[in-house]
Ligand binder design. Structure first.
Ligand code: BGC
Length: 921
């Protein structure tokens, strides 16, 4: 099988898994109207229900790379010509300062360089020669999760695969199919959902899309990688086998079954005492044995901790490998591995096995015949798809008759420190966009000349310091720097003594820093209102902030130093509070109470020294000056915003969180004055809509009741602004559905006890077992604020006519049951509904979830239109992992079938009967 350089999959045809019937349901131009949405065969696509037509097409024998015998022969022939040194070299990366991480070509035998780029939010272009390192910044995968749309997942994958190729790469480190177990997880935005089925289905489509280009998809992070806190400190996931299989292995299994990634990346964490990259059970027994994965396993960057145990467990390639001292990590697969073969500890056959596993998918997927050469990107076309996905991803959480905006609106006030920016997640997933459209720009453009659109930031900008614990910083409006600006003069010295010329001398809105991973060049998300800090600040560092505080109210103020290292506060030259360097593994909060009088101006000096360095490479200088005023004081920025809101017809507040690899959120509340901004604006103008541009769930307890409308817009990518504006004005009827549960608060989640998150010592104890996300909310009676699957529309849908039946012969192996319902659009505009089918407790002797997603379909309906929708239910949603027989078991008997618009909005209930399986009692 040779891959051509064709990058686009025609929208009417989709490849399916081998042996499946293909029902092609065409979109728009491809077909006529029909009123039945047919069941979905494996990995096929039903489209959006937008005028479907069905036909049957014979399936090519196999489209998967691992059936390509010619590629295997070519790989074997190359292997036969390789020297031992060349083979071992292929088993680890090389750091090339001009390129990032890659493997050198072996030109004499025709092996091209292996060139990797990070995903999954688009291509993080490694090659400085390519397109100024720009690529399309896509909506974050969690946004794609909110579309519940297989076709868009395929198109997303196809686009990022094409861009990987066009920017000179042949391996893309994407997609991520980790489960969102912890709502605070800093990398929730990089994956799809808290549900294994939804995650696996979208992941498989994404892999098929990526690998429709001459690019290998590296699926990550195998396995049970679920939080950032202490991820580099030997963190150990304590998990039972059943939970591991049902929740964490399952998405990888679906992707392997339906998408066949060429590579899998093992993660940093241990699983029950063995590092993922040297864990025989998960690599050998599960991935290669049970899942039949034939590609290669590469380690996450710095996640290899040994040579022989890793090799024995099945790790094929260590990344980044030989960094030439660029990173302080050893290379276990460099000389140590070579020596082990030379002295007979390791057989060359074992080395050959790994090299073959690398060569086979690489050749079969076209990497040898189509070496990537940088070419310009079709920026506009790709931007259009990014916008479509961002639009489909917006979840209308609530709407009391405010949206969409009508023609009668003459003025709009827009707020949010980053409403004039595009918000993205930080870390290795950060992409340099080809262009951006901010919400403010897009609202202005869409509203047109006749509408007065005015903007005020309303709050101080966020940095990674928003992840620090403790109260909020002093709002800049109460501070004045010596240059007359609001804020404080900040002098950053590259020594511990505040001596010499500062590295940086500028005015910052507040006194706070959170360095380490968040200062790594190219990994940081900065706001134009708080420009990036240099990576050099991660070493010897002292900072002095100076300015004046104008006291807003009489009373006793609590000043809090949140610090890892020495911190000091002086008011009018007098020392007020000091934090000693202390334990490097702890952030300390030190408080002082100071009586102050309204209107007084106090000289304020804050100092910090980075003198408590921890072993944790993710963590660097951490400091924040916070305060607790004696009464509620409103920051000047919120007051000004409220004034503007009162003069406008409607207000749009764009709020955000700070999500990034390298750290988890300490709170799900909106940081740095955003809650107050919402409260003040909503009080001044009840016609207020909040748009949350966040990497995951937000705790809206403090303001939810105060606003009539909330749009969850995620990190929407470079076209985020247009997507938001088009939903606000009703050009797009929102159809996103939550791929996560939004909890009431941080405690009311299935992982709301410390041993579960952030863990006890090095252990993350997965004692909630299979009750993750909405399964746990239901099992533990934790009512979410917004349930998994929730999302409103500008229209309404009625469900009736539930039928549950056995699937037609030939499909029962994968889909034992089939559900049909009729959905009608009862409103006045066209809209898309996602029909969700859940199963209740299984007729089993083991505890099972009270509710678990078993299938879903999207259907687009015109006003008044009715359509029968058929959903096939996945066997493993009707099964449990039996730890005695080590396999999935589908128990015979009756199972509740729940059909609805969300996990909390069940419209129809029925019963399915699971037949006795052969060989079962
Ligand atoms: C991340 C991976 C990423 C790798 C290379 C690691 O820190 O966990 O997701 O692919 O870096 O940038």
């Amino acid at each position: 099988m040779k891959k051509s350089r064709t990058r686009n999959i025609p929208s009417c045809f989709r490849l399916t898994a081998p042996g499946a019937l293909v029902i092609v349901l065409a979109l728009g131009a491809c077909g006529d109207d029909d009123d039945i949405l047919e069941p979905r065969p494996p990995a096929a696509d039903n489209g959006n229900g937008n005028g479907e037509e069905e036909q049957e097409t014979p399936v090519p024998e196999s489209e998967f790379w691992d059936d390509d015998t010619e590629a295997t022969q070519r790989a074997q022939a190359l292997l036969d010509q390789m020297t031992l040194v060349q083979k071992v070299d292929m088993m680890h990366g090389e750091f090339n300062p001009n390129y990032g991480f890659f493997n050198a070509p072996i030109t004499e035998i025709g092996i091209p360089p292996m060139t990797m780029a990070d995903g999954p939010v688009g291509v993080r272009v490694a090659n400085p020669e390519a397109n100024e390192q720009q690529a399309t910044l896509m909506p974050a995968p969690i946004a794609l999760g909110a579309t519940w749309d297989r076709e868009l997942a395929r198109e997303y994958g196809t686009l990022i695969g094409a861009e990987a190729d066009l920017t000179g790469h042949n391996v893309l480190l994407a997609p991520v199919v980790d489960i969102i177990r912890v709502p605070q997880w800093g990398r929730a935005f990089e994956t799809y959902s808290e549900d294994p089925l939804l995650t696996g289905v979208l992941g498989a489509e994404s892999v098929l899309g990526i690998q429709s280009n001459p690019v290998v998809a590296a699926l990550k992070h195998y396995l049970a990688y679920a939080q950032e806190t202490r991820r580099l400190l030997e963190s150990n996931v304590v998990v039972d086998e059943r939970t591991l299989q049902e929740i964490y292995v399952r998405p990888f299994a679906i992707v392997q079954r339906d998408g066949r990634p060429g590579a899998v990346m093992c993660g940093f964490n241990q699983i029950n005492g063995d590092f993922a990259c040297e864990n025989e059970f998960i690599l050998g027994e599960i991935l290669r044995g049970q899942l039949d994965f034939a590609g290669w396993v590469l380690s996450d960057f710095g996640a290899t901790f040994s040579s022989l145990p890793s090799l024995e467990a099945g790790l094929d390639q260590e990344m980044p490998g030989n960094t030439g001292g660029a990173l302080p990590i050893p290379c276990y697969y460099c000389e140590p591995l070579l020596e082990a073969v030379q002295n007979g500890t390791v057989s060359e056959d074992r080395i050959d096995e790994s090299v073959l596993r690398i060569l086979r998918p690489w050749i079969a997927l076209g990497g040898f015949d189509n070496p990537p050469e940088p070419e310009p990107l079709p920026e506009e076309e790709h931007g259009d798809l990014a916008r479509t996905i961002a639009e489909q991803a917006v979840v209308l959480l609530k709407n009391d008759d405010l949206l969409p905006f009508g023609d009668d609106i003459t003025s709009i006030a827009v707020f949010g420190a980053d409403a004039d920016n595009v918000v993205a997640g930080g870390g290795s997933a950060l992409v340099i966009p080809t262009y951006t459209v901010s919400p403010l720009e897009a609202i202005r453009a869409r509203a047109g000349e006749g509408v007065d659109v005015r903007y005020h930031p309303g709050n101080d900008p966020l940095t990674s310091a928003a992840l620090l614990p403790g109260p909020e910083p002093i709002p800049s409006g109460f501070l004045r720097a010596p240059d007359g600006e609001h804020g404080l003069r900040a002098q950053y010295f590259l020594n511990q003594e505040f001596s010499g010329e500062p590295e940086l001398d500028r005015t910052d809105p507040y006194a706070a820093i959170n360095g380490g991973f968040f200062l790594f060049e190219g990994f940081t998300v900065a706001s134009p209102a708080f420009p990036e800090l240099p990576q050099t600040l991660n070493g010897d560092l002292s900072i002095r902030w100076t300015g004046e505080l104008t006291v807003p109210a009489d009373g006793v103020y609590e000043f809090v130093l949140v610090s890892r290292g020495t911190g000091r506060l002086f008011l009018d030259g007098e020392p007020v509070v000091e934090t000693a360097p202390g334990d490097p593994d702890e952030i300390v909060e030190t408080r002082a109470e100071v009586p102050l009088e309204q209107g007084d101006t106090v000289d304020l000096r804050v100092e910090y020294v980075n003198d408590a360095r921890t072993e944790d490479r993710d963590v660097g200088p951490q400091f924040k000056l916070s305060w607790m005023p004696p009464t509620r004081v409103i920051s000047p920025r919120s007051t000004e915003a409220a004034r503007l809101a009162a003069e406008s017809d409607v207000a749009v507040i764009v709020v955000r969180d700070y999500s990034s690899e390298g750290g988890d959120r300490t709170s799900l509340r909106l940081p740095f004055g955003q809650e107050e901004l919402i409260q003040e604006v909503a009080e001044a103008n009840p016609q207020t809509v909040v748009v949350t541009t966040t990497g995951g769930a937000v705790n809206s307890a403090a303001w939810d009741d105060a606003v009539p409308a909330i749009l969850q817009a995620w990190y929407g990518g470079q076209e985020q602004g247009n997507a938001i504006a088009r939903v606000l004005f009703g050009d797009v009827n929102p159809s996103g559905r939550l791929p996560i549960s939004v909890p009431m608060d941080e405690e009311s989640t299935p992982v709301g006890i410390p041993e579960r998150f952030p863990g006890a010592g090095t252990n993350q104890v997965f004692s909630e077992t299979i009750f993750v996300g909405y399964r746990g909310h239901a099992e533990f009676d934790l009512e979410p604020r917004y349930a998994f699957g929730h999302g409103l529309s500008y229209t309404e849908f009625r469900y009736d006519g539930l039928r549950v039946s056995r699937t037609p012969a030939g499909m029962e192996e994968q889909y034992p049951l089939q559900v049909t319902v009729t959905v009608q659009n009862t409103g006045r505009v066209a809209g898309t509904e996602t029909v969700q089918v859940y199963v209740g407790n299984l007729p089993a002797d083991v505890p099972t979830a009270p509710i678990a997603l078993a299938g879903f379909e999207r259907v687009t309906l015109d006003p008044g239109e009715r359509r029968a929708v058929t959903v096939n239910l996945e066997r493993n949603s009707l099964s449990y992992w039996d730890t005695v027989s080590d396999r999935w078991v589908t128990p015979a008997g009756d199972v509740p079938i729940l059909v609805g618009s969300s996990s909390a909005d069940i419209r129809l209930r029925g019963t399915g009967t699971l037949p006795q399986q052969e060989g079962e009692e």
